[in-house]
Each structure stands twice: as structure tokens, then as C-alpha cells.
Design a protein around this ligand. Structure first.
Ligand code: ADP
Length: 569
């Protein structure tokens, strides 16, 4: 590795902020940085690459930030994003807030303007009080004012991002610090690696026995896996808990594949039944937020009790009373439950009732997936995709959109842990291409992104990032020509606010940006194009033309879409 430390007249070797920052990151095992360069961080990219590391240069900071956050989720190490000041920082901040909301470890490093000018509001280049703006949107917001603090700041950022509930950290570096020098020897001494940055947190024995007693007394228990469980990387322990107890499980979307969707105890196809009829629900790394109807109402049917495993104590009782909280890391809690539940009776009757319901639902769906229509719809197109992807269990599936998200989540099985990245806790559009870049980079395996045409638009220019780095990413655009649907009539003398230009050709867009492009109008053509793209490993966009009338307003969350009570006037 190159060392650019300069020699000065007095014979004291010097280092500077740039070098100390890079060395601190390297020492802590960071090799990939996602970002967008410009004043005052440009040199970081060049020097980082010259030192043999990877810098993935994006077209918009928000997408670089999404990439870093997904890298954090997939690797259990903080993903690092570097941006320029003010507007670049603000773009990156959206992704940092999203990372924090999703419990993904991420560090956003931004250059900032000079403190003395910013603080007196004297009008500096890209003047902004970034430190304070970041504060409410992440776990911690730190500024480094002295070169000798760079080592400790990086360690503090890493420990904060990883420990307890993971999340985002902001590191503010005023421009001048990058070129400020200090003795190289002293600088080296200031760098270190944290001991055990995400320590195990054991649940209290009394909490374990409370949970064990509750589960043992259950007639219709259910395990609900969330993306926190997938993040925890104790896949074998979770599978063992499920198999040893015989309890059915259902995954939240990003936990799909943590235990295969084809596992005999998977109750996903009987989801509404199990949520309503279960009597004890064991939440593992899943929050009772909007995605779970806050644990109450029609979705949850009759009375039930919850066991909740979470590392964040105040998550408990966030919406409904939790009968048996288990505060600790998922691995320790799951293994404590396994020990306590050894030899307990399996709920076989309940499991067979669920299997019967699930088989019925799957049979109905199978018919829809193979029914031909004059123009493709969500079902027959996704059916074709599903049949191809069955043979590629280790691709990462990135999925965003409204109807595209709902339907793909239901139709496409996942077989392995952490192989699905989607719109997450916020249900946010625009995560597509950033997530695809990170998944391809961090796993070294192909990625298939299934995006609604509207969702794709948020990060479309990053497709050039994908072709530039020649990443094995296939983007399938479910093209119905609009937001939710593409058949809304134009108001008089206007273009409808819900539709896109019908002349748009995403396959041609790909070719223009150096990738492969295919237009698919039938399920057969779609399957063929996907297979070819996965075999070639070349960046490809498949423009999947589906019926403009396919899709419903707001997808499955139409209930959140407020409409006027007095109608149109
Ligand atoms: P989903 O959207 O899949 O339901 P959430 O993001 O809502 O999942 O919930 C994830 C939960 O997992 C968070 O409450 C977080 O605190 C928790 N969590 C994350 N990592 C761990 C871990 N290693 N141990 C325990 N809990 C964890």
C-alpha cells in the first residue's frame, strides 16, 4: 500500500487529515466507499483507489447513501458514504435517515465549510450547519476538529453504528482538517480498532423463563421473523429454533429466505389466517409498526400474547402490551429459548391446518401465474420471472414499486438469508439502483432488480454506475406507463399527473448507457431475456411491457391514500 507521507526540513515525518482518515477506515476493515466526489473531498476518492481500495462513484449522493446502508445491512459492518458539503450532504442525509429507520449500520462522512464563517453566517461556499441538521436523523452526529481525533472519531462512529440497535452516524469534517498536518508517528499512535463493537447482550434468565412458559402454554404459536433477525446473521440458530419447536413461521419481506420460503413450516401463504388465529406470537427482530398494523385491529383477530425479542428495550410496548419481552441480541435470545423449549410438544395440529390453507392459496396463485392474457399482467410476468429465479437461489433480489413490490413479494420465493432488499420500513421508492450496486459489490454475485417504472425513475441514472463498473445486474422494469397504473386519461389541455411518456423505451435507455437492452411483451420473452442476462452477467434492462390497466392505486396500502370526502370539485 502506498504511503504518501511527506518529509519536511526538520526531519519530522508528517501526515495529514486525508491520510489519517483513510488509515483509520482501513485499519477497521473498510475497503469499499460509496460516494460522490467534489469540493472538499475529491482527493479522498483518488487516494483511496491508489491505496488499492474500492471507491464506487455515484451520480447522486442519495443513491450512494442507499448503497452504503445496504452494504451495512448485508455485511454487519458499517457501510461508508462520502459526500461533498451542503446539497451533497443533504442528499446523503436522506439515505442516512433511511438507514437509521431501517436499523442498518452506516456512516455518512461529509466535508463541510469553515466553522468560523458558517457559525457567523458570513456566506461561505456551500455554507450549512451540517452537524446540527444531521443530528435528529441518525444515532449520533460527530464533528472532528483536530487531526489527532480522527482515530477516535472513526472508532466512535463504528461503535455507535453497530452497537445496540444498529443505525446511521454522521461524521462532519471541515475542509481545512483534511490538509492539516501532524507528526506521522503521533498520528499512527492515535489510530485504533474498537474491542467488541457490537457486544452480545444476554437476556435475563427470568425473562427467558417467562417467555418459555408462555410459549409452552400456547396452542397456536407463531414465529414472526423481521429484518433484524436477518441482519443478526445467526441463521442456523433461528432455523434450529423453528425446527426443534415445530412452530410455524412467517417472514417480513426482507426476512424472506432467512428460512426458505419453501420450508414446510413456512406459513407465509396463510399469513392472514396465522396473524388472526395465533394465540402466542414470537416476534424476532420485527417491530409492530405500520407494516404489522401496529399489532392490533382486524389483521390480528382475537386476543393474543406477544413474546418480543429485540435489542432495543423501548421498542417493547410501543403499540400493544408485550407479555414476555426478551431484551438482548437475537442470537443469545434465540439460543436461550431453544434451551428452555427443549422437548416441548410440537403444535402439529395447528401446523397441518396452516399447511392446508397455504396449499390452497398456492394452488390458486399458481393458476393466476400461468394464465395467458393479451397484454402481460403482474401475475403472468412475475410467474415467468419466478420460474427462472428458482434456479438461481443466490442472486440478490432488489424490489421496489407499489404493485410491483406487493406482487413480487408474494410471488417470488427466497431460499437463502439476506437475498432480498426492498423499500424497507419507510416503504420508500428510489432505493433500487443504489441497493443493486451494493448487493453486487458486497456479495460478488448477480443481482436482479424488479422495479416499477415509477420507482426506477428515482435512481435511473445510477444505471450508468452499474454499466461503468460492469456489475452483473439485471433490471426488470414493470412498465405499465404510470404511477400505480398507466391508463389515466389526460385532463383537458394537460398531461395527467399520474402517467409517463408512452414512448419511453427502457431497453434503449440501457443500450444508450452501455448496457444490454431487451423489450419483453410476453412471459416467454421475459423468461428468455432474464435467463440470457443471468448467463451473460452483463448489465441489462428488460423493459417488461405490462397492461397499463394492471395495478391498483397505492398497491396494498390504499387505505393510507387519503381521498377527499367531498369528492372532486
Ligand atoms: P421488519 O421491517 O422486517 O419488521 P424492523 O426493521 O421493523 O423489521 O425491526 C427490526 C428490529 O430488529 C428492530 O427493532 C431492531 O432493534 C432489532 N434488531 C436489529 N438487530 C438486532 C440484533 N442483533 N439483536 C436484537 N435485535 C435486533
Amino acid at each position: 500500500m502506498k504511503n504518501d507521507i511527506q518529509e519536511v526540513a526538520e526531519g519530522v515525518e508528517l501526515t495529514d487529515g486525508f491520510h489519517l482518515l483513510m488509515e483509520a477506515l482501513e485499519m477497521n476493515g473498510i475497503t469499499n466507499i460509496y460516494g460522490l466526489l467534489g469540493i472538499p473531498v475529491t482527493e479522498i476518492g483518488r487516494m483511496w483507489q491508489a491505496r488499492g481500495n474500492k471507491f464506487f462513484s455515484f451520480r447522486n449522493e442519495q443513491n450512494a447513501g442507499y448503497a452504503a446502508s445496504v452494504a451495512g445491512y448485508l455485511t454487519k459492518k458499517p457501510g461508508v458514504c462520502v459526500t461533498v458539503s451542503a446539497p451533497g450532504f443533504l442528499n446523503g442525509l436522506t439515505a442516512l435517515a433511511n438507514a437509521t429507520t431501517n436499523c442498518f449500520p452506516m456512516i455518512l462522512i461529509s466535508g463541510s465549510s469553515e466553522r468560523e464563517i458558517v457559525d457567523l453566517q458570513q456566506g461561505d461556499y456551500e455554507e450549512m450547519d451540517q452537524l446540527n441538521i444531521a443530528r435528529p436523523h441518525c444515532k449520533a452526529s460527530f464533528r472532528i476538529n483536530r487531526t489527532e481525533d480522527i482515530g477516535v472519531a472513526v472508532v466512535r462512529a463504528i461503535r455507535t453504528a453497530l452497537s445496540g440497535r444498529p443505525g446511521g452516524v454522521y461524521l462532519d469534517i471541515p475542509a481545512r482538517l483534511f490538509s492539516t498536518t501532524m507528526s506521522a508517528e503521533e498520528g499512527q499512535k492515535s489510530l485504533f480498532v474498537p474491542v467488541d463493537p457490537a457486544p452480545a447482550q444476554l437476556p435475563a434468565p427470568s425473562a427467558v423463563s417467562r417467555a418459555v412458559d408462555l410459549i409452552k402454554g400456547a396452542k397456536k404459536p407463531l414465529i414472526l421473523l423481521g429484518k433484524g433477525a436477518a441482519y443478526a446473521q445467526c441463521d442456523a440458530d433461528i432455523k434450529a429454533l423453528i425446527e426443534e419447536t415445530g412452530i410455524p413461521f412467517t417472514p417480513m419481506s426482507m426476512a424472506k429466505g432467512l428460512v426458505s420460503d419453501t420450508h414446510p413450516q413456512c406459513a407465509a401463504a396463510a399469513r392472514s389466517m396465522v396473524l388472526q388465529e395465533s394465540d402466542v406470537v414470537i416476534l424476532i427482530g420485527a417491530r409492530l409498526n405500520w407494516l404489522l398494523a401496529h399489532g392490533k385491529g382486524k389483521t390480528w383477530g382475537g386476543a393474543k400474547k406477544f413474546v418480543q425479542i429485540d435489542i432495543q428495550a423501548n421498542e417493547i410496548d410501543s403499540n400493544v402490551p408485550i407479555a414476555a419481552p426478551l431484551i438482548g441480541d437475537i442470537e443469545s435470545c434465540v439460543n436461550a429459548l431453544r434451551a428452555g423449549l427443549k422437548g416441548a410438544a410440537k403444535p402439529t395440529e395447528w401446523m397441518s391446518a396452516i399447511a392446508e390453507r397455504a396449499n390452497g392459496t398456492k394452488a390458486k396463485l399458481a393458476t393466476k401465474l400461468t394464465t395467458a392474457t393479451p397484454v402481460m399482467n403482474y401475475f403472468n410476468s412475475l410467474g415467468a420471472i419466478r420460474d427462472v429465479l428458482k434456479n438461481y437461489p443466490d442472486i440478490t433480489l432488489v424490489n421496489e414499486g407499489a404493485n410491483t413490490l406487493d406482487n413480487a413479494r408474494m410471488v417470488i420465493d427466497q431460499y437463502l438469508p439476506r437475498k432480498r432488499v426492498d423499500t424497507g420500513t419507510w416503504g420508500v421508492m428510489g432505493i433500487g439502483m443504489g441497493s443493486a450496486v451494493a448487493a453486487a459489490v458486497e456479495t460478488g454475485k448477480p443481482v436482479v432488480a424488479i422495479c416499477g417504472d415509477s420507482a426506477f425513475g428515482f435512481s435511473a441514472m445510477e444505471y450508468e454506475t452499474i454499466t461503468r463498473y460492469n456489475l452483473p445486474v439485471t433490471v426488470i422494469i414493470m412498465n405499465n406507463g404510470g404511477i400505480y397504473r398507466g391508463d389515466e386519461a389526460n385532463p383537458e389541455h394537460q398531461v395527467s399527473c399520474m402517467i409517463f411518456n408512452p414512448k419511453t423505451k427502457y431497453d434503449q435507455f440501457s443500450i444508450a448507457l452501455g448496457g444490454e437492452g431487451v423489450r419483453a411483451e410476453t412471459p416467454e420473452a421475459l423468461a428468455k431475456a432474464l435467463e440470457a442476462s443471468l448467463k451473460s452477467g452483463k448489465p441489462t434492462i428488460i423493459d417488461a411491457i405490462i397492461d397499463p390497466a394492471a395495478g391498483v392505486e397505492s398497491g396494498r396500502i390504499g387505505n393510507l391514500n387519503i381521498v377527499s370526502t367531498i369528492g372532486k370539485k
